[in-house]
Design a protein around this ligand. Structure first.
Ligand code: ATP
Ligand code: MG
Length: 328
């Protein structure tokens, strides 16, 4: 049996360059070699957007277009909607019996995302989303999870949960491994440590030529560089981070030029704008193809969801048997 690759994205907004560098690029490469699954994490989106279901709904098709435009091939990758696989929710409940609150509250990603609210104010579903993520991975017995760095604590927990289940009942699950890309965390255009849908600091994959140029033009750079010849500090500059991620062959030269003050911020920005334009142009073409065929996109998602559902049902039969819940 081929190993399985699985990963998903919260349906909270359009995908951006951080997703591309952190995960999508790897998914496109891996789909040639492995059995691949990619899902729209609408239940996980509810953990922070439960009062905005229409936002989630409106982004389902948008993110499908993102997937198809970057080259995720529905002939090689199964695409599905998380909430339409109720077995994942069932498995989440079973897993939640042996995960302590302490284990969840100290998860650094949960802490960072909860905006410092205390445990008392945290929603139960939000605190527990890493458990649901473990179920997302386990039901499908995926072993390779291409993700950004923020997901490492969740993968650690998923491994722990799977091990515990296997010891307690029967060894039916496999331990997943994170696959971290060369760009584990892409910085936002505002200089914030992470480009994110929710922080308004992203360059989306559907950006037009004008949009892209505008976003790069407005992106922060090293504040110490007032004049072109002032020596810069590329280590803190988002533009340099984009050079490293998307134009790595030129990064050493850019670093040197910035540190010596021989290349100015606008010239540096122009170079990355053209490189990104070359990356996004073919994506726009594929997007336009699928955007003109909404029925085809729906069919791809429905077929993928149906296939995944039957896989999930098979796993849950094994789970019930392992847990002695197979009464009839
Ligand atoms: P939200 O703000 O809704 O959480 P997000 O931009 O963090 O949105 P997610 O859907 O949470 O996106 O993340 C999906 C995948 O993309 C995860 O594997 C995550 O690690 C990766 N990812 C997201 N942002 C970045 C980034 N800036 N750099 C690298 N990887 C990223
Ligand atoms: Mg996130």
């Amino acid at each position: 049996m081929k190993e399985r690759v699985l990963t998903g994205d919260r349906v909270t907004g359009k995908l951006h360059l951080g997703h591309y560098a952190g995960s999508l690029q790897n998914r496109v490469i891996l789909q040639d070699q492995y059995e691949s699954y990619v899902f729209l994490a609408d239940v996980q989106a509810l953990t922070t957007h439960f009062d905005r279901p229409e936002l989630i709904r409106s982004h389902i098709r948008e993110i499908m277009l993102d997937y198809l435009s970057v080259g995720i091939d529905p002939g090689k990758t199964t695409l599905y909607v998380q909430s339409m696989i109720p077995e994942i929710a069932e498995l989440t409940i079973f897993f939640s019996m042996f995960v302590t609150v302490n284990n969840l509250r100290h998860n650094p990603t949960v802490k960072a995302e909860s905006k410092n609210s205390s445990l008392d104010e945290m929603y139960y579903g939000f605190l527990g989303y890493p458990v649901s993520q473990a179920a997302d991975i386990a039901f499908c017995k995926a072993t390779i999870i291409p993700v950004g760095e923020d997901q490492l604590p969740h993968l650690e927990l998923a491994r722990k949960i799977v091990r515990r289940f296997n010891e307690l009942y029967k060894p039916i699950f496999v331990e997943p491994q994170a696959l971290i890309s060369e760009t584990p965390r892409l910085i936002g255009t505002d200089g914030n440590a992470k480009m994110s849908k929710s922080l308004g600091n992203a360059i989306t994959l559907d950006a037009s030529t004008e949009d892209l140029a505008h976003k790069i033009k407005r992106a922060v750079t090293d504040p110490a560089r007032v004049h072109k010849n002032d020596p810069g500090h590329p280590g803190i500059c988002p533009i340099y981070a984009y050079h490293r991620a998307f134009l790595p062959q030129d990064a050493a030269e850019i670093r040197e030029g910035c540190e010596r003050g021989s290349i100015g911020c606008s010239a540096c920005k122009e170079r990355i704008t053209s490189a990104l334009e070359m990356l996004l142009a073919p994506m726009r073409e594929r997007r336009a193809y699928y955007a003109a065929r909404p029925r085809l996109v729906d069919d791809i998602l429905m077929a993928g969801t149906r296939h995944t559902r039957s896989l999930a049902q098979e796993t849950m039969n094994e789970v019930r048997e392992a847990m002695s819940l197979d009464y009839f």
